[in-house]
Design a protein around this ligand. Structure first.
Ligand SMILES: [Fe+2]
Length: 294
């Protein structure tokens, strides 16, 4: 099968576009690279854009972009998706630097945009704001976690890294422990968008920068059990939650276990079903506030 290899971008809609744009540039430290009447494109790496913002009635994550490998066949990928009874659309030049794209909708209503990366845009990392390494993962509340998990695995080629009980799945499409995570809570909506920072020191600087600019943490800093990443969560101006993380587990696909780390309890740490235990959420002990689930 043809597997997607990387999350490329996430697209959001919100009533106050300008405020969210200011947050992404001045606070997070992404670069505004393109602006049309419909959308603002923000870059964080060599790719042209990682985040797309447009105006809408309510704040939500509309679309996720994924790359296939440079020598993968997009026509064959489209047939693979259709083979699962999923309706696809083909779009030529839909977004800057993307020439050809297959789109379809996942079972919880998020649009998937799959493409081959053409030219790199060669973005420099900016010098103001937090400046994360990259967009790392997007997490969703969902009504039917098994159905959506199977869709990402069967149609897009994701692999399951871990489950918490039967209600929370963590899925990878590359070496990172998770690029998509899905928590069954009865509704289909965005949970959080996560950006990778360098390390613990960068996370501290980021939390101070957030605080100086009036952003309070919702949860963290802590270290998750599942994925073992350092984390800190806050709410963006559009009301959606942003996570900053570092030291996320990395899978060695050939060996079938995550790169060993001193904080692992399993040796080696392999994909598994975790009990619904506080340490699966935070090895350091402090559990999420109710505010995290709003
Ligand atoms: Fe996360």
């Amino acid at each position: 099968m043809i597997r997607v290899r990387k999350i490329a971008h996430a697209a959001y809609e919100m009533p106050d576009l300008e405020k969210q744009l200011e947050y992404y540039t001045d606070i997070l430290g992404l670069t505004l690279v393109d602006r049309s009447k419909e959308a603002a494109y923000l870059a964080s790496t060599v790719d042209h854009h990682s985040i797309v913002l447009s105006k809408g009635a309510e704040s939500k994550c509309l679309r996720l972009g994924f790359q296939i490998a440079p020598d993968d066949d997009l026509d064959a990928f489209e047939r693979q998706v259709q083979g699962h009874g999923v309706k696809t659309e083909r779009k030529k030049d839909p977004e800057p630097t993307i020439a050809d794209m297959v789109t379809f909708v996942d079972p919880k209503g998020t649009v998937m945009e799959v493409f081959r990366r053409g030219e790199f845009a060669g973005q420099r990392f900016p010098t103001k704001g937090i400046v994360p390494h990259k967009l790392g993962h997007v997490a969703f509340h969902c009504a039917e976690v098994k159905k959506v998990t199977n869709f990402y695995c069967d149609v897009l080629g994701f692999r399951v890294s871990d489950w918490m009980g039967e209600f929370f799945s963590f899925l990878r499409c590359g070496p990172d422990h998770h690029t998509i995570n899905l928590m069954e809570t009865g509704t289909n909506r965005h949970f959080h968008t996560a950006f990778e920072v360098r390390d613990w020191a960068h996370l501290q600087t980021a939390c101070d920068h957030l605080s100086l600019n009036g952003y309070k943490l919702l949860w963290g800093p802590g270290r998750h059990g599942i994925g073992h990443n350092l984390f800190a969560y806050h709410r963006a101006p559009n009301g959606l939650i942003t996570e900053l993380f570092a030291e996320l587990d990395r899978m060695n696909e050939e060996l079938g276990y995550f790169e060993p780390r001193p904080w692992h309890r399993d040796r080696p740490q392999k994909p598994k079903v975790w009990a619904k235990d506080p340490s699966a959420s935070n090895l350091w002990g402090i559990l999420p506030t109710e505010e995290m689930m709003k």
